[in-house]
Design a protein around this ligand. Structure first.
Ligand code: M6R
Length: 635
């Protein structure tokens, strides 16, 4: 292919992990018909991002017009319709949606079409000032069909292009009026050899392949076609043809096309022989943890540069602040014990979605860590911005090297989990625990609280816990599979823990409820007697996560007895030698002993596999549970 544009080739080899926002965009322009590929390869790879409805449009080679097809529901519904349709083209766009403005209906599905029928657009993000713009457009006589913010952008863009009489000027006039996340790709009737691309907030990248240009929200979509990728910079527009990309900033200045080489093995984004991505990802955890530890070990003193800290700043650290949402918040809650016990640092944990309503007393010499698989979660991003306004030093622990969080923080430490496709977080959680445990030790080493030998021991302990995580799944696999039908009949299940096993119980309950839809509650075991014990009867199984500390263990035995005295069915995750608890339990999973504080990591595999099997019996859509999206980019 002849490439006619200015290229700065930046060789960049990384273990790629996806950048995620709800909704996915794919698009293509090139020298082959692309309907089948977009609908059967590229969109399915990104469907985990949002799956309320799906749509497709192309410059149809038969009718010489733009054809639009869209349907509410999963991508398969659209696929059936579109693959029967004779339409096809050399330029096309596709979309799967996670509904924000307006329900999951056909009219609200993307692509949206401008009133004059010329412009057809798919969008990823939320346009914050859509209401005001819509009112202005209505005054100008524009009639809207849908309830979406995307249609507002579509109508505005069409009007701006028409008014400017020049494509570039029109697109720039439009994007300057929009606030929020408005990344999109559009087809225009008057420019059949071109894709119009805007990147604002939500990520978009362009792959240069032999057959043409592939545009997508995530490189995963076209990873089998090309390694050569242009990641569109923030606030940029591009006009993409089969053999060229012309990109501009919002002032209209031409941007260099900096190409990156991104290598991703197909095994990283294919299910292979697993029934679900979640299962594949559960099994990938040992390797992911070992890879993460090996990467950290290789960093040496470069670590501090990555975190944007000097050694003196680390030595003077007086406290830690950890924050995130969902599973990442649970990892933070467990991480609190690491920093306090290992690095002697008082640690506060904040739920990102709640913190902004609280008064903030900015501590001096504190390190703020945003924990996020995707690096795109809106609540966490907003809290990063809030802390940064207070001059806090904020870093992110994330699985997504190209994410907004990496861009907006003062430093980052990457997880090496690899792409996590299933909506339920598994290997991101275990590598987050790995990252937090390792960092607590590394800070302790820098502060002189531990020596090199203890640091290496911590790395060894992490890898050993990872082996336990994997081995125990194998050990209990048959048991869990055969018991799953029994647990699947209950309406509610309670998860209990103490100390590190309490936040782990929160995670256990979240895992079960998000994929099985069984109501599950994580609770501190000691609080049971203060009220929730009223719920315990033979219809409410209790999952209890034990602890190796003898004092905490004794207390957990008392809690187990309270449950048994009320006819509760007790499922216990115990450590080897905890015979008293084993005797009290109806079902036990015995876990080999690991380093204190790594108990949650060791129990993670069986906990996740238990939830997975119950959801499987119930016939749930495990990788794409109802109402969810992989990362939540709305507050
Ligand atoms: O990408 P993040 O780690 O920031 O996502 C935070 C939560 O939305 C996420 O952990 C969510 O709770 C998962 N579905 C849990 O499995």
């Amino acid at each position: 292919m002849k490439v006619r544009f200015f290229i700065i080739v930046l060789l960049f080899t990384c273990f790629y992990s996806p950048i995620i926002n709800p909704c996915s965009i794919v698009a293509f322009i090139g020298n082959v018909l692309c309907k089948v590929r977009l609908l059967t390869k590229e969109l399915p790879r990104l469907e985990y991002r949002g799956y309320d409805s799906a749509g497709f449009a192309c410059h149809d080679v038969v009718t010489n017009d733009i054809v639009v097809l869209k349907k509410p529901g999963k991508l398969d519904v659209l696929k059936e319709l579109a693959l029967k349709s004779p339409c096809d083209g050399y330029a096309a766009i596709g979309h799967t949606r996670w509904a924000t403005h307006g329900g999951a209906t056909e009219v609200n599905a993307h692509p949206h079409v401008s009133e004059d029928g010329k412009l057809v657009l798919v969008h990823n993000g939320v346009i914050e000032n859509h209401y005001q713009i819509k009112q202005q457009l209505i005054k100008q006589g524009v009639q809207f069909r849908s309830e979406t913010d995307t249609e507002v952008m579509t109508q505005l863009l069409a009007k701006c292009i028409e008014k400017a009489g020049d494509l570039k000027k029109g697109v720039l006039a439009c994007v300057k009026q929009l606030k929020g996340a408005c990344s999109c790709v559009a087809l225009h009737k008057d420019f059949p050899d071109m894709l119009i691309v805007v990147r604002q907030r939500s990520p978009l990248c362009i792959g240069l392949a032999k057959d043409g240009m592939h545009v997508a929200s995530d490189f995963l979509a076209f990873a089998d076609k090309t390694d050569t990728v242009f990641f569109m910079p923030e606030s940029s527009i591009a006009f993409v043809k089969a053999e060229s990309i012309n990109a501009f900033d919002y002032d209209g200045n031409a941007l260099p096309i900096e190409l990156k080489q991104v290598h991703l093995q197909p095994s990283a984004y294919e299910k292979l022989d697993h029934d679900h991505f979640m299962l594949k990802e559960i099994y990938e955890q040992r390797v992911a943890i070992e890879r993460t530890v090996a990467y950290y070990n290789s960093l040496g003193d470069d670590l501090w540069d990555l975190l944007g800290l000097t050694k003196e700043q680390v030595e003077n650290l007086k406290s830690m602040n950890l924050f995130g949402c969902g599973t990442s918040w649970h990892a933070a809650r467990i991480g609190q014990f690491f920093f306090e016990s290992i690095a002697d640092l008082p640690t506060a944990v904040h739920l990102a979605s709640e913190f902004r309503y609280m008064k903030f007393f900015a501590p001096k010499n504190s390190l703020f860590v945003a924990i996020s698989q995707s690096g795109e979660t809106a609540d966490t991003l907003e809290l990063i911005r809030y802390f940064k306004e207070q001059d806090a030093h904020v870093i992110t622990l994330t699985n997504s090297p190209m994410s907004s969080m990496v861009r907006e923080t003062d430093g980052h430490l990457l997880l090496k989990a690899g792409p996590e496709i299933a909506v339920a977080s598994t290997k991101a959680f275990s590598t987050q625990l790995t990252g937090l445990y390792w960092l607590a030790h590394r800070i302790a080493l820098q502060k002189g609280l531990i020596d090199e030998l203890e640091m290496r021991q911590a790395e060894h302990d992490l890898c050993y816990a990872a082996q336990v995580l994997e081995k125990t799944i194998e050990q209990y696999k048959i048991d869990i599979i055969s018991d799953a039908a029994y647990y699947a009949q209950f309406q509610r299940i309670m998860y209990l823990g103490r100390h590190v096993s309490y936040p782990f119980a929160l995670e256990g309950a979240l895992k079960l409820k998000e994929i099985s839809y069984i109501f599950a509650q994580g609770y501190p075991a000691g609080e049971l007697k203060h009220g929730s014990i009223a719920l315990i009867d033979e219809h409410t199984p209790i999952v209890l996560f034990s602890h190796q500390d003898p004092i905490i263990y004794q207390k957990l035995i008392s809690n187990a007895q309270e449950v048994k005295a009320r006819k509760g069915h007790l499922v216990s995750f115990v450590f080897e030698g905890q015979d008293e608890l084993i005797a009290l339990s109806d079902k036990v999973y015995i876990i080999p002993r690991v380093a204190p504080l790594l108990e949650p990591l060791a129990m993670t595999g069986v906990m996740q596999f238990f939830a997975y099997q119950i959801a499987l019996v119930l016939g749930r859509d495990i990788d794409k549970p109802r109402n969810l999206a992989k990362a939540v980019t709305v507050e």
